[in-house]
Design a protein around this ligand. Structure first.
Ligand code: PGA
Length: 253
């Protein structure tokens, strides 16, 4: 049985005081929650203070990106081992904003996925199609191509540790959420891809989150689908009440 993972992606939001207040508020509000896994992914500059607040709590901490190389002359980049050093357990990789705004390729994301695994981090690897790709009926092809590229060379044992986040690009920050059936259809194909490549035993344990305009009022319907194992939440993760509403509405699923 896969435990749901509800992760907040704070993106480039908040300041030191508001990030700390959100972490403290969530720590207090989620203290009794045992049914689901919870994580927050602050801006890298606030990862450490947030991790200090959440240390010993039931909320994990992740980063939103990092570099694949080991320490060295890489101005402006962050090493995976620096993330574990300040208390991170997760790292989001290949988010659509990094693929499409920053221009990251699946090849680069693959190097990062392997570096994250080598450092003992859980990579949350994002995939997802553009609206025009969905309209052209190539959704599964696009997602499979991103999976092929992002997980190239990853062993079955390592694959079991990974989380995949299916985030249709047209649903991110737009208020347009995929229907539960649309999400389930893609999630089932992602799980089929894992099974074809790694076998059913691996496919059965990998968690596949949905992301894109998830909020309290739509979370339970989407996450009750059999292949949807959690949510990667942007906008609704920036307020204690909104994030807790999602957690409270799905924890009994
Ligand atoms: P959203 O973002 O919930 O604001 O749509 C999701 C994400 O980009 O991870």
């Amino acid at each position: 049985m896969r435990r749901l993972l509800i992760a907040g992606n704070w993106k480039m939001n908040l300041k030191l005081d508001s990030a700390k207040a959100l972490a403290q508020g969530l720590k207090d509000a989620a203290a009794g929650v045992t049914e689901v896994d919870i994580a927050v992914c602050p801006s890298p500059i606030y990862v450490q203070p947030v991790a200090e607040i959440l240390s010993g709590s039931n909320i994990g901490v992740g980063a939103q990106n990092a570099y694949f190389e080991k320490a060295g002359a890489f101005t402006g980049e962050i090493e995976m081992a620096m993330l574990t050093d300040v208390g991170c357990q997760y790292v989001i990789l290949g988010h659509s904003e990094r693929r499409h705004i920053i221009g990251e390729s699946s090849e680069l994301i693959n190097l990062k996925v392997r570096a994250a695994l080598a450092a003992g981090l859980v990579p949350i690897v994002c995939i997802g199609e553009l609206l025009k790709e969905r309209e052209a009926n190539v959704t599964n092809d696009v997602n499979r191509r991103q999976l092929d590229g992002s997980f190239s060379g990853v062993s079955a044992e390592d694959m079991k540790k990974c989380v995949i986040a299916y985030e249709p690009v047209w649903a991110i920050g737009t208020g347009k959420v995929a229907t539960p059936d649309q999400a389930q259809e893609v999630h089932a194909d992602v799980r089929a891809w894992i099974a074809e490549r790694y076998g059913k035993e691996v496919a059965d344990v990998v968690r596949i989150q949905y992301g894109g305009s998830v909020k309290g009022s739509n979370a339970a319907e989407i996450l009750s689908k059999p292949d949807v194992d959690g949510a990667l939440v942007g906008g609704a993760s920036l307020k204690v009440d909104a994030f807790m509403e999602i957690i409270n509405n799905v924890k009994a699923l």
